[in-house]
Design a protein around this ligand. Structure first.
Ligand code: DGJ
Length: 784
């Protein structure tokens, strides 16, 4: 995994990739290759490319090494002031106010396994993991950079981070400290990122790289949904199944920047890390600064393979051990069922209905504390709303448990309402400036997580809530971005470090809570996916992907998010009709068929379901339980994109390829449409597979007066009989069961029956309809 040549060449290799570096005669550390696995060579210097002559007005580094300019050198760390005019990844101001740095090789060491990081979330693992730490030192100042490379052999991942150590007598100031710098020699690439906003997260943003800088960032205080801290660079010919893909994901939850620069010499530089915007960090003598980690992965086999590598990495080396491979419960959440209007009786009735449907966990959302009847008050107060919960949390929790359900709770700890007991007591804990009136977001202010007293208060308050409620699950919400950034706790000089210190305070709290309550399953939420990142996943193995649960929109959101995140990390709910976010009606079976590719939940008034809906949901839950492992942990492959097609497909396969589940989704019904073939992937060419479509039902109300064509009596639409029939009658979709060899499913495809063409409808005709969908289960004959 780490091989080192005498000439100070470092070859990091995973199962299928190689990362090669070299120390130059000038002692600069450069990159020679990142990509396909290379056979190890005793000398890799043939991979080094640079100019052997002066180039016009370029700056030569030093006469001892002439001709040599840093501007055309593929550096492993980039600073400014010595002739590299590209974007620096590290910018230091020394005590003498100078800002020129020049870091060269000092020493290196190899460590087995993966050392942890104290204050930041991090990758972990022992099996087949090796660490190389290369230390560089500034030529003049006593400042050291420890470049950390962690090689995760089996998952084809290299994790990078940088530790900056100040050995100077005086202080130094970090103006910019990115996690890594990576320079490569290709430039003809596309840049893919995930952009979005509230209720529209995870949208794929693809653009060609041009000379100059392409970058995404967050200045919101959280990682944000405008741009997730993830990018991918691909060759021009890349698609889901082919082509070079370099993926980079940052393990961090605050302001970030991901930057790519193509130089005039067709070199491409990649940076990622804490955003330099409004960032300044002072290191006194002997102090260290640790940057967040970046997960890097490469594959020549397309985007789905890249995602698979990320998913394995997250499931095995980011998620904490106790949650790895554990089946996540199916939950009911009362938010869209009641919003703030509930009492114990209503909740218990919902819980009874949930139990009856087969649900396993009941989650009480916002509004259970203080005097919170809307979103204008009580954040920060962790005592029960006695009018709603006369028996307190423990009384409610006992009733829920007595029904055979686990109990979970919503909290929004990082916030404070001005109308709260906490604000009366500690107005100085709110983030706001002394001389400006603060801007509000959802009527609330952010708590100063840089202050250890705040962290301590939250730890104790939450400990009590989690204990009183015998809580098994926590939804950790966060509903506003930062403004008016200022901390009463920090000195004037420290104010510019607020954003990062906030994140460290949050991580400290999460460390303490997850240590104290290892049995609690935490789900991170930030108005949906506004802080869906690898940092939060370290503490909370799942995230509320989006507040948007519309079956159509969720396809794109989950499809996009799956570029980085595994299904086990994406919470997905079946909600009511119409969707509260877009007022669209979609079939209840489609709402499930989308949510089933994730961690399933229900979020609607389930005390008011029709007989039809109850039966449908019961069946869905039985199906999900039966295939849960596969749906949460299977190898996920995107087959056809909802961003580009009227029909989209994706699938999951288990490790030994004996089982698979395919999701098929349609936006709009087309008249008299043509034949379709779903070309599947990752099946075993030697196996035959039985294909069985999930038993789904259509509510006959959908057919309007056409119901009279099927039934001999005349039924008045929306009349008593019509309502009775449509509430109870289970009209089953076509049956599609056949057996096909795996190789044919991949080359020819899964061939569904033709769609309804406006004439008859029977069990051999596939009526999909607007926003319709199917799930196909594949079982190989090896399993039978
Ligand atoms: C925003 C979340 O995303 C919702 O699911 C819900 O929990 C509300 N907050 C509650 O205020």
């Amino acid at each position: 995994m780490v091989k080192i040549n005498n000439s100070l060449e470092f070859h990091l290799y995973t199962k299928n990739t190689s990362y090669v570096m070299k120390v130059l005669p000038s002692s600069h550390l450069v990159n020679l290759h990142y990509g396909k696995r290379l056979r190890h060579q005793k000398d890799f210097s043939y991979l080094y490319q640079n100019f052997n002559t002066d180039i016009g007005n370029s700056t030569n580094y030093h006469q001892n090494f002439d001709p040599f300019t840093l501007d055309t050198t593929r550096l492993e760390i980039a600073t400014s002031g010595k002739g590299d005019y590209r974007e620096p990844s590290l910018h230091i101001e020394y005590e003498d106010y100078t800002t020129v740095s020049d870091f060269t090789y000092h020493n290196h060491r190899v460590v087995k396994g993966k050392p942890g990081l104290e204050s930041l979330p991090h990758s972990h693992g022992t099996d087949a993991v090796e660490t190389l730490i290369i230390t560089l030192k500034d030529r003049v100042k006593d400042v050291y950079l420890h470049l950390n490379y962690h090689v995760f052999y089996a998952t084809d991942v290299i994790v990078r981070s940088t530790t900056i150590e100040n050995g100077e007598k005086g202080h130094i100031t970090l103006e910019k400290a990115m996690s890594f710098n990576f320079d490569m020699s290709h430039s003809q690439m596309d840049f893919i990122s995930l952009e979005g906003k509230w209720i529209r997260e995870g949208q794929i943003n693809k653009r060609p790289l041009h000379k100059g800088i392409t970058s995404i960032d967050s200045k919101k205080g959280v990682s944000g949904s405008s741009h997730s801290p993830f990018i991918c660079l691909t060759s021009k010919d890349a698609d889901e199944l082919h082509g070079d893909c370099y993926g980079f994901g940052l393990v961090y939850s605050g302001n970030h920047q991901c930057l790519v620069e193509v130089s005039p010499y067709n070199l491409t530089r990649v940076h990622m890390g804490i955003s330099p915007f409004d960032f300044r960090w002072t290191l006194d003598k002997g102090e260290l600064f640790q940057t967040p980690e970046v997960i890097m992965t490469y594959t020549p086999n397309g985007l789905s393979q890249m995602s698979h590598q990320f998913h394995s990495m997250i499931n095995k080396h980011i998620i904490k051990e106790q949650w790895q491979n554990t089946e996540r419960p199916i939950l009911f959440n009362n938010w869209e069922a009641t919003y703030f209007q509930f009492n114990e009786k209503k909740l218990v009735n919902l819980a009874k209905a949930a139990k009856n449907l087969g649900i396993e966990l009941f989650v009480l959302d916002d509004g259970w504390f203080g005097k919170r009847d809307d979103d204008r008050s009580s954040l920060g107060d962790f005592f029960e709303h006695r009018k709603k919960l006369p028996n307190g949390l423990s009384g409610l929790s006992k009733k829920i448990k007595a029904l055979g359900l686990d109990f979970g709770i919503w909290v929004e700890p990082e916030m404070i309402s001005i109308d709260s007991e906490l604000y009366k007591k500690h107005p100085e804990w709110a983030v706001k400036l002394l001389d400006r009136s603060p801007s509000l977001g959802r009527y609330q202010l952010v708590l100063d997580m840089t202050n250890p007293d705040v962290v301590e208060y939250l730890f104790n308050a939450l400990k009590k809530v989690f204990t009183d409620g015998s809580v098994k699950y926590v939804k950790w919400d966060m509903n506003r971005n930062f403004s008016d950034v200022y901390s009463n706790h920090l000195s004037d000089k420290q104010q510019r470090s607020f954003n990062h210190r906030y994140v460290l305070g949050l991580y400290d709290l999460l460390n303490r809570l997850t240590d104290k309550f290892p049995q609690i399953l935490f789900e991170s939420c930030c108005s949906g996916g506004n802080r869906f990142d690898l940092g939060m996943l370290y503490y909370m193995p799942q995230t509320w992907t989006s507040d948007n649960t519309d079956a159509l929109e969720r396809q794109s959101i989950q499809y996009g998010m799956s570029h980085l995140f595994p299904l086990s990390a994406m919470a997905a709910h079946v909600s009511g009709e119409p969707s509260h976010q877009v007022l669209r009606n979609t079939p209840i079976e489609s709402r499930f068929n989308v949510a089933a590719f994730g961690v399933l939940g229900y979020e609607m008034d389930i005390t008011k379901l029709s007989v039809f809906e109850k039966k449908v949901i019961k069946n869905q839950i039985v199906y999900y339980k039966k295939h849960r492992k596969l749906l949460q942990y299977g190898r996920f492959t995107r087959l056809q994109s909802p961003f580009e097609h009227n029909q989209s497909h994706w699938m999951v396969t288990n490790d030994n390829q004996s089982e698979a589940i395919v999701g098929y989704y349609q936006k709009l019904q087309e008249s008299n449409s043509g034949f379709e073939a779903l070309k599947l992937k990752h099946l075993n060419t030697d196996y035959d597979y039985d294909i069985i479509n999930r038993k789904q039902y259509i509510n006959v109300r959908h057919f309007g007066p056409l119901i009279n064509d099927e039934i001999p009596i005349d039924i008045k639409v929306n009349g008593l009989v019509h309502n009775m029939i449509s509430n109870r009658y289970m009209y089953q979709i076509e049956k599609h069961t056949y057996t096909v060899p795996g190789d044919q499913l991949m080359s020819i495809g899964l061939l569904p029956q033709h769609q309804f063409v406006g004439t008859e409808l029977n069990e051999n005709i596939r009526y999909v309809g607007d926003f319709g969908s199917r799930i196909y289960y594949l079982l190989s004959n090896q399993e039978k």
